[in-house]
Structures are given as C-alpha cells and as structure tokens.
Ligand binder design. Sequence first.
Ligand code: PMP
Length: 385
Amino acid sequence: PIYLDYNATTPCDPQVVETMLPYFTTQFGNAASRQHALGWQAEEAVDYARQQVAALVGADATEIIFTSGATESNNLALKGAVEMYAGKGNHIITCVTEHKAVLDACKHLEKQGVAVTYLPVDEKGLIDLGQLEAAILPATILIAIMYANNETGVIQPVQAIGRIAKQHNVLFFTDATQAVGKIPVQVMTDEIDIMSFSAHKLYGPKGVGALYVRRKNPRVRLTAQIDGGGHERGLRSGTLNVPGIAGLGKAAELCRLQLAAEGQRLSQLRDKLEGALLELGGVSVNGDREHRLPHVTNLAFQYIEGNALMLGFNKHIAVATGSACTSASMEPSFVLKALGLADELARSSLRFSLGRFTTEEEIDYTIQKVSETVQTLRKLHPLNS
Ligand code: PMP
C-alpha cells in the first residue's frame, strides 16, 4: 500500500538502521561503563549522536537530553518545570490543540493544584498573540505551545511566542515533534527554552527522543521525573539506549542535509494532491494553508462519512482520520472541532502526510483513487439523490 501517514510515524532510513546495528552486537557496551573500551565506545557513540542532534536544531550538545520519546520529553518539561519553579508560581499557559501528551500532563498537574490556561485557536488553527500576552500572570512560569500541529500541520508563530515569553520572564516550551527535521527549527532564533522531539517522526527508531533544555540566558532548570543513576546530567536516569540514540543522531544528520530540498519536493507533491482533490468541489483545507508544514494536508470532504471514504481505499492507501493516538475512539477530532468544524465535517476529514519515500506516481494514484471513491460515495449520499 501507499503510505501517506508519515505524521503517525516514519520508516527507519536504511542508513539509520546500519548505524544502529553494531551497538546491538559487537559494540554493546553500557555508555556509563567508564572502565573499559566497550563502555568508551558506547559513550563515544552517544556523544557523537548528541552533536548530530544539536546541530539539527542549532543547540549546543550539552543542551540535549535523551529520553524514550516525545511523550516522556513533554512530561519531563511540564512536570519538571512546575516542580522546579514552584517557588515562583503555579500557572501554565497552553493551547487546546496540543498533543495529548501535553494536555493530559496538564490535567495531571491541575489535580495537584496547578492552574492551567488553555488558549483557544481561530478557524485557521492559530493562537492569538494578544490573548497569549493577556493570559500571562505574575504566577505564570511556563508557556507550552506546540511548534506544528500533528493533525493539520499548522505552524504556530513560535518566534513571536518566544519573544513574548522572554519579555515577561516566563519559560517557553514547545513540542516540536512534527516540525524538527521537516522545517528549519532553530532554538536560538526561535527563542525556545525547552523543546521536545522524537526519533520515529524523522526516520529514526521508535522509543527514543530528546529534550532540548537551554543552558544560557536564561539557564533553564528542571526537576528530574525519573530518578536513579544520574544519567543525562541527572535529568533522566536509566541506562542509555545506545543503538536508538545512535540512530536518532544519524536520522538528525540526514534530515539536516536534506531538509531544504526535501521540503520543496514534498510541498510540490502535497500541493498537487491538494489541488486535485479541491477540484472535486465540496472539499476544503482544514487549518492555515500558509503557516503549515510542507508535507501535510488535512481535507474535509462534505457529504461523505470519513470512515466510508477511508474504507473505499485504505487497502491501497494509508491515511488517517484524526491522529493515531485518538483514532481508536469514534469521537471526531478535538483538534478539528477546536477550529470550529461541526462534528460531521470533522468526521469526514482526512489527513494526508507525505514523506521521504513518497513518489509522484504514488500521488497520482492517490488522486485517482480518492477522487473515484468520493464520486461514488456522493452518488449514494441522501443529499445528492
Ligand atoms: N507530540 C506530538 C505533536 C506528536 O505528534 C507525537 C506523536 N504522535 C508525540 C508528541 C508523542 O511522541 P512519541 O510517540 O515519541 O511519544
């Protein structure tokens, strides 16, 4: 089948797998074993990966903490900041279209007495900077706004948010899981203090991710949420996943080298797909078309039930209704509802996310197959008969 669900996960690049392999077998050492060569080799691999990851986002290697993925990174950022800065205040600002790993961590914190402001988004999926600034209180310690949305691909005005946070002496944390490796995310120019991302979204392995934690102007401090041997500067204990980390490093390097050309190639393919499907009529784009990841389009198909649409072609093409994390439930996407879509239209929306191995032939086939299915289903719809 044709895979157009790269926002859910990506295959490992073959070069990434090759980089990882020795660390499962011949170079299996523990990166914390400082007494022998196997340990040093593992430590060296981790150091090298840390530099590769840092280079992708314009950070210093000492600012990268390895974790088990973006879910853990998000939890560490939010809970770690709340615990560390409890003396300053107990208020966080986030947004209604965040990933569950942010929203549910916020809910957890609310039960412990933390106050959380959930900013709304407009019909394009963007937050309002005036509302953000107005929401800042003396007790505010953290602004948590995602870089790009996993369902719509909409990119928030990150640099402006970072600037506002700095002016008010509040930390800015961004879940950049869908943006890193796809668009030029740079922690310094974007004025980001804390940032999470994940290897399996950028052609690396599943179960490994990173948290960027700024060390200068300001020096950000977090309270560890996993205690133990003091790995990762005490911020995340546990024996390092050396193969996974080496894979993340290689994946980051490949993304850094290909990012500009790949963004252009994918946006052309995405625009071709989107343009052709819009021509069917009764189809609209969910979210801002300008501030959007180059490889994503989320489309609402009127007068069709989303599941019926997908059943029409999901043997041949893998796409998503909503996100992988919530698609087990039949509830319409909360992200699309936050943009103001009625339940019915949210249910009849599909996310197409393209990636490194997407070809023009696949896009042509998808256009043909989806168009046929839409036309067939519309003939059956009561409103059309
Ligand atoms: N944040 C966002 C925006 C995501 O898209 C995802 C993956 N669906 C996550 C966090 C969770 O990442 P992981 O699978 O690495 O825990």
